[in-house]
Design a protein around this ligand. Structure first.
Ligand code: SF4
Ligand code: SF4
Length: 133
């Protein structure tokens, strides 16, 4: 078969085949449930040990004070980690090292935004101020 005919056959077959790409973000992208995406500590579980901060290879975690009206007897130092998603490389070392499995994980990957994003607001939503929502 001549190269031109071969090309023509390829073109015709592609006209009638399904597109190889998806119309993201109009169509959702298929993401593995194992994908390491957005993650943040549950403040009801976190004991403020700082292990995740110490082990983070990207220096993406800072320990900050819990809200003054929130007392967690499991967290006597009253501190919790905040993940800077701009620095995070999503290795999940923090998730694996946490002794109380405090991190809530997800496969959410589309986090690009104009605002600087960190895990603080998500973590604070896991507790009510003063223990109430
Ligand atoms: S996933 Fe990795 S880089 Fe991101 S905060 Fe956790 S330890 Fe640091
Ligand atoms: S390792 Fe776990 S318990 Fe320790 S500070 Fe991090 S999230 Fe909290």
């Amino acid at each position: 078969m001549s190269p031109k005919l071969k090309l023509l056959r390829e073109v015709i077959s592609n006209i009638f085949s399904r597109p190889a790409t998806i119309q993201y973000p109009r169509e959702p992208a298929a993401v593995s449930s194992e994908y390491r995406g957005l993650h943040y500590p549950d403040l009801n579980k976190c004991i403020g040990c700082s292990l995740c901060m110490v082990d983070c290879p990207a220096n993406a975690i800072k320990m900050v004070k819990l809200p003054p009206d929130y007392k967690n007897p499991k967290n006597p130092r009253g501190i919790y980690p905040v993940v800077d998603y701009g620095k995070c490389v999503f290795c999940y070392q923090c998730v694996f090292v946490c002794p109380v499995k405090a991190y809530i994980t997800s496969n959410k990957f589309d986090m690009a935004d104009y605002a600087t994003h960190n895990s603080q607001a998500l973590s604070l939503k896991t507790i009510g101020r003063g223990g109430k929502e």
